[in-house]
Design a protein around this ligand. Sequence first.
Ligand code: ZN
Ligand code: MN
Length: 249
Amino acid sequence: MDRISWVDYQARLAAGPVLFLPCGALEQHGPHLPLGVDAMLAADIACRVAAAVGGLVAPPLNYGYKSQARCGGGQTFPGTASLDGEHLIGVVRDIIREFARHGVERLVLVDGHYENQWFLTEAIETAVRELAPGHPLKIVRTEYWEFCPQSVLDDIFENGFPGFALEHAALIETSMMLALRPELVAMDKLPDDGPAAFPVHDCYPQDGRGVPPSGVLASAVGASAAKGEKIVAAICSRMAEALQKEFFA
Ligand code: ZN
Ligand code: MN
């Protein structure tokens, strides 16, 4: 979207495309991955799905809600730069309001950062409440990893899947980055930490307890571009199928 003119954008809108808003974070992802992983993966998946369903991708949100120890390593690392929830809600609500004014009728928020979930939901809920009655805008909100089928996880995790929360900067994200942005992965710095053992509660102020020093919550050893492509392909085809049903069935 940010690479075309308003005139071209307006012309594209006439065809009723699906508009994608990738939502990420600026957050440590271990010594081997860049800080922008969550936004990059959400954006790359959005681009691939957009190509399949006739869509357009808005610039990603490169900042997200505060990293939490048990799913992102927490706020104690240099580089992790996060928003207060009310600001994330406000920014996303403003963006949705603008898309609605443009006449967008099909919008997808592709979340790549675990901690964003309920703030994106609140942004959507309050934006929708403001729309004029009968406004045709329909919004889908999704965490992209939910589209990864169990069969692919079984295939990739020989020692059992640790769960998506602990998959921070680990096998899945590292493999996906190897498939999509290999030039940004430092394979010589691949950590073999974890899986992190956390209590079932959280303590504040955050002190980084239980988080491996590398920032990785489960081992990334065994990550490969082939695994990443398998994951990305499965996610994209299933997301495209779901969006076809939601928007065009
Ligand atoms: Zn991540
Ligand atoms: Mn994250």
